[in-house]
Design a protein around this ligand. Structure first.
Ligand SMILES: Nc1ncnc2c1ncn2[C@@H]1O[C@H](COP(=O)(O)OP(=O)(O)OP(=O)(O)O)[C@@H](O)[C@H]1O
Length: 708
């Protein structure tokens, strides 16, 4: 311990020095960035200031548990493993970052497959003091079967698993297991599906993977950011500290209900409606709903005084605008422009005036300024926002009968109903089909369309100039990787002239932001339409998808990964499996496994890594007064989660199964198990890390009663 303490002291001295240096650079760069100079110089300094601040924050984040392990190799080489890498003055490594390739044997070496490792040591520390060591000798000859355990660093792992839960997920860099390590270090490209039962560390591995990818591909990922999608805001709160504690800040956490700007919802639809809204057919339904807003008047246009356009010309104009295959709001400009031109020509003819260049320039514009003209033309192809379109689709029975006859009954709702999570993918799809509003539609200006061509051209040139300029700055500062994308981001910032915003902030506010990597947790809950929304945010398809098909609760969710992913990523996803449950003790897991046999007969329950002595208890509540029964339970040690059927949860102040997804508690109380669907019951039982109590008025489901 004395030797390890001396090394730890040395490491903290180097950390302090590196930190001081980073803070000094950051403060200096910020000061410089605020000072004057050309715009280019300011931008350049800001890029440096941002880099320095990030580096300083990363060094601050590793203070706790800086060094947690040591590897001794057969040739006498010793590596210390920690949360970050540190070198001495001669650039000799003092501490290996856990994500570095050389640190990998710390997580993968086993007595059966030791590689070149002869000893793995876990260091326990408190503050800057070494408080204990766990050694594993990995080259012992003649290990018997029980000695060839697959758990890596078992003593340290079991100690970590036995700790009381705080309500927040913690990092586990010291005790990552070999099968989790395979997930964490899987290559960046393509979609990786991680299927695993409850408590197998899917969330943990996915978050450590995000940190690993940011470390390994920093240049490409940091500027694009990483998006983590979770099932509920409660879940996101539970995991939000993991990545900052690993020194990573360029991460955006969102639920599906938060993926569309300015809509935040946790409200969900009834099952039949959720199924209707989540199916792939909604793409076509929305397309038809848009097309229903692109009409040509059957009788043509006649506004008197010779202002006439024939029905045929109107239909041709509409077909030509559709033929552009441009988003609705953009094609609207062309349609209206064609009709205005036709009206202007008709007007000139009726007045006996030549339709020359000057007339062609001014007449359509003047016509558009006339209220009667606008009133006649505007509704033929109205400007639409995604909210307007989706609201109209879901509330207009006639429109629904026309564009979605099979789903109309499930989709129809009263006007002004609040947005639901299932609406978000529809809004996103609508945004793609509609495109941005033309500036004149946003401002309501009367003369815009006649001048749009020149305005648009002007804006495009300005954009290009800013982009070229930002790209130049990045080249100067040596940050040319992925420069086009990042230059675009910088140019955007420059345009907004906003104060400094991080990648995560910029990405979070922009619907069309292309992330560097996306992690989807509890991915089995996503509908086909939600997948389209997610994949739009990651054009490179670099995804980590974690979930458990046995826990699917949403009626529009996945029953098989192939069925859900093949339509979007044919042949472009790979699967890893996690098989050991680190959360639920054996006696509780045995009960859950019995439920799983009914809930999802094809699915294999994970094996519990935790012995556990507390047997699950069933407490009958003959009078059905669950509130009183809860109050009578002995006060638990550690965290408590009460999970109840949807109808009972609010009154009891309990969690629904949906809200409990992905979470865990030292003690779990499940209210009226017989009222939960088998898959939901499986989810509820597997939230416990120590004790499980079942409060029941109705008889327990037979599979539970039989296994208790
Ligand atoms: N290698 C490990 N070291 C320490 N703790 C671990 C390890 N692996 C998993 N755990 C712990 O086990 C618990 C379960 O992990 P996690 O929540 O990631 O599982 P999950 O597979 O996402 O579960 P679920 O499907 O039920 O949401 C967490 O407390 C996590 O910290």
């Amino acid at each position: 311990m004395r030797i390890e303490q001396a090394h730890l002291d040395l490491l903290y001295r180097h950390l302090d020095t590196a930190r001081e240096r980073a803070h000094r650079t950051s403060a200096g760069a910020h000061h410089g960035a605020a000072a004057g100079g050309t715009h280019q110089a300011r931008l350049e300094r800001e890029v440096r200031a941002r880099e320095a601040a990030r580096h300083a924050a990363r060094l601050d984040a590793v203070e706790r548990g800086l060094c947690f392990g040591r590897l001794d190799e057969r040739d006498g080489t010793v590596h210390h493993i920690g949360r970050t890498g540190l070198t001495d003055e001669a650039y000799e490594p003092l501490l290996l970052d856990w994500r570095a390739p050389a640190a990998r044997p710390f997580y993968t070496a086993t007595p059966a497959h030791p590689g070149t490792v002869v000893r793995r040591r876990h260091l326990h520390t408190e503050g800057r003091t070494v408080t204990g060591l766990d050694d594993e000798a990995l080259d012992l000859a003649g290990l018997d079967e029980s000695g060839r355990r697959a758990l890596v660093g078992e003593a340290a792992l079991l100690a970590a698993l036995a700790r009381e839960r705080t309500g927040r997920m913690a990092t586990a860099v010291a005790t990552i297991q070999a099968e989790q390590d395979r997930v964490i270090r899987s290559p960046l490209p393509g979609a990786l599906v991680v299927q695993g039962g409850p408590g197998t560390g899917k969330t943990l591995a996915a978050l450590h993977r995000a940190a690993y990818l940011l470390f390994t591909h920093r240049a490409a990922l940091e500027r694009r950011g990483v998006l983590v999608i979770g099932p509920t805001t409660g879940f996101l709160r539970y995991i939000e500290e993991v990545l900052p504690a690993l020194g990573e800040t360029e991460v955006v956490l969102r639920t599906v209900g938060e993926l569309f700007p300015d809509v935040t919802t946790a409200r969900t639809d009834a099952p039949a409606t959720a199924v209707a809204k989540g199916g792939p057919w909604m793409t076509e339904v929305l397309r038809r709903a848009v097309a229903a807003h692109q009409s040509a008047p059957a009788e043509g246009i006649d506004l008197g005084d010779g202002l006439r356009v024939s029905a045929r010309a109107c239909a041709q104009a509409r077909d030509a605008a559709r033929g552009l295959r441009a988003p609705h709001n953009r094609a609207r400009t062309h349609y209206l422009r064609t009709l205005l031109d036709a009206l202007a020509i008709a007007q000139a003819l009726s007045l006996g005036r030549p339709y020359d260049e000057e007339e062609a320039h001014y007449a359509p514009r003047e016509l558009w300024a006339r209220e009667d003209v606008r009133a006649a033309l505007d509704p033929l192809w109205p400007a639409l926002t995604p909210r307007q379109l989706v609201e109209r689709l879901l509330t207009d029975g006639e429109l629904l009968a026309e564009v979605a006859p099979e789903h109309a009954a499930a989709l129809l709702r009263p006007p002004g109903s609040p947005w639901t999570v299932e609406d978000v993918p529809l809004l996103d799809e609508a945004a793609e089909l509609l495109g941005d509003l033309h500036p004149t539609d946003r401002t309501g200006s009367a003369t815009g369309f006649a001048t749009e061509t020149s305005t648009e051209a002007g804006a495009a040139t300005e954009d290009e100039e800013e982009l070229a300029f930002a790209q130049g700055v990045l080249t100067i500062t040596g940050q040319t990787d992925d420069a086009l994308l990042d230059a675009a981001a910088l140019a955007g910032r420059f345009r907004e002239d906003s104060p400094y915003r991080s990648t995560a902030e910029r990405a979070g506010a922009d619907r069309t932001w292309a992330y560097g990597h996306v992690v989807v947790d509890e991915a089995q809950e996503l509908s086909a339409m939600a997948w389209r929304t997610v994949l739009r945010r990651i054009p490179t398809n670099s995804l980590t998808v974690v979930g458990d098909l046995a826990q699917t609760g949403s009626p529009a969710g996945a029953r098989s990964w192939a069925q859900m992913l093949d339509p979007h990523l044919p042949g472009r996803w790979r699967e890893e499996r996690l098989t050991v449950n680190y959360r639920t003790p054996e006696p509780i897991m045995a009960l859950a496994a019995a439920v799983l046999r009914t809930a999802a007969p094809g699915q294999q329950p994970p094996e519990s890594a935790r012995p556990g002595t507390d047997r699950p208890r069933a407490v009958p509540v003959p009078d059905g007064d669950f509130a009183a029964a809860l109050a009578e339970l002995p006060a638990p040690v550690g965290t408590l989660g009460v999970i109840a059927p949807d109808g009972k949860a609010p009154a009891l102040g309990a969690l629904t199964v949906t809200a409990a997804k992905g979470l865990e508690f030292d003690n779990v109380v499940v209210v009226e198990p017989a009222a939960l669907a088998p898959r939901d019951l499986y989810v509820a039982l597997t939230r416990a890390t120590r004790t499980l109590t079942l409060l029941h008025h109705r008889p327990l489901p037979p599979e539970l009663a039989g296994a208790l």
